[in-house]
Ligand binder design. Structure first.
Ligand SMILES: NC(=O)c1ccc[n+]([C@@H]2O[C@H](COP(=O)([O-])OP(=O)(O)OC[C@H]3O[C@@H](n4cnc5c(N)ncnc54)[C@H](OP(=O)(O)O)[C@@H]3O)[C@@H](O)[C@H]2O)c1
Length: 275
């Protein structure tokens, strides 16, 4: 049976870069925009990769279930790289929470039903997950995502509304959604671990994709704190995602992998003291 790698948000950015490295798999790239997916499939085919496009909106549970069913019809799902996401400049707080946070729940819940021992889910978070003040983080609220979506959204929207200005409110919603992804991926690692399925979150810093370029003004504030003092390249993140998803990385589970050029640690510890 063929091995399948599914990449949500795989039509562009770091997801597409990860797809380019999946030479021994059937790759399914997914997102909302079919034209973008077809273009990505053409690029992958030109590299000799067997690739398919399947439209899916990860904020819609039925759409995610259909994606999982489709991928399972192609072979054994070995890797799910969940890159689909919206940034503060792209959407209002509720949409950001629905796509980034609830979308991750829908993806993990849908795919785990088809996955077997030795497979892996990589949920993409962000170094924004680490910038929130502690009083905004409430794991009891996070747990509602699996049991009471309406209450989950209501409580996180209330926290987002503490920010002043539309962009800042979306920024709070984004950081909360990604802090949730880090927590939820850890939870899933322990829930699915008994089945031999690894779950890892990966938190990029500011990366020069379409999204990263759009957020460069605000996201760029962390760059001076990074060890590298530059934006990351999409292909660097593609490599990191593919490596974390690789079966040979079988002992990597239940953690967040920060791929941010050192900006989070620089902000919290090293560079701050120097300046
Ligand atoms: N670039 C950065 O600086 C940065 C930093 C930290 C974290 N991240 C995270 O990294 C991930 C990948 O982002 P990227 O930088 O590679 O940007 P990107 O090129 O904009 O990729 C995001 C992808 O997600 C898809 N998407 C958006 N909403 C979706 C939905 N509801 N359902 C399905 N697909 C959806 C988009 O395609 P459609 O619009 O066609 O659906 C797009 O292909 C995101 O989760 C992002 O939050 C990025």
């Amino acid at each position: 049976m063929a091995n399948v790698c599914v990449i949500t948000g795989g039509g562009s950015g770091m997801g597409l870069e990860a797809a380019k490295l999946m030479k021994d798999k059937i790759v399914v790239v997914s997102g909302r925009t079919e034209a973008k997916l077809e273009k990505a499939v053409a690029q992958l085919k030109a590299l000799g990769i067997t690739a398919y496009a399947k439209a899916c909106d990860t904020s819609d549970r039925a759409s995610v279930n259909a994606l999982a069913e489709y991928a399972a019809s192609l072979g054994e799902i070995k890797n799910v790289i969940n890159c689909a996401g919206l940034s503060p400049a792209m959407a209002k707080p509720e949409t950001i929470l629905r796509v980034n946070a609830l979308g991750t729940v829908y993806v993990n819940e849908a795919f785990v039903k088809y996955m077997k021992a030795g497979s892996v889910i990589v949920d993409v978070a962000s170094n924004s997950a680490y910038v929130l003040p502690g009083f905004l983080i409430n794991k009891k609220v996070y747990a509602l995502a699996e049991t009471d979506e309406a209450a989950f959204l209501k409580k996180l929207l209330k926290k987002s509304s503490l920010a002043k200005g539309d962009y800042q409110r979306s920024g709070f919603a984004y950081a909360l959604s990604k802090n949730f992804v880090v927590w939820y991926a850890k939870k899933c690692a322990f829930d699915y671990g008994k089945q031999g399925i690894r779950v890892v979150s990966l938190s990029p810093g500011l990366i020069a994709t379409d999204m990263g370029n759009l957020e460069a003004k605000d996201g760029g504030m962390l760059i001076p704190f990074s060890a590298e003092e530059r934006m990351g390249k999409p292909e660097e993140l593609g490599f990191a995602l593919a490596t974390v998803a690789d079966e040979r990385n079988g002992y990597l589970a239940g953690v967040d992998v920060l791929v941010d050029g050192g900006s989070t640690n620089g902000m919290k510890e090293f560079k701050k003291k120097k300046k």
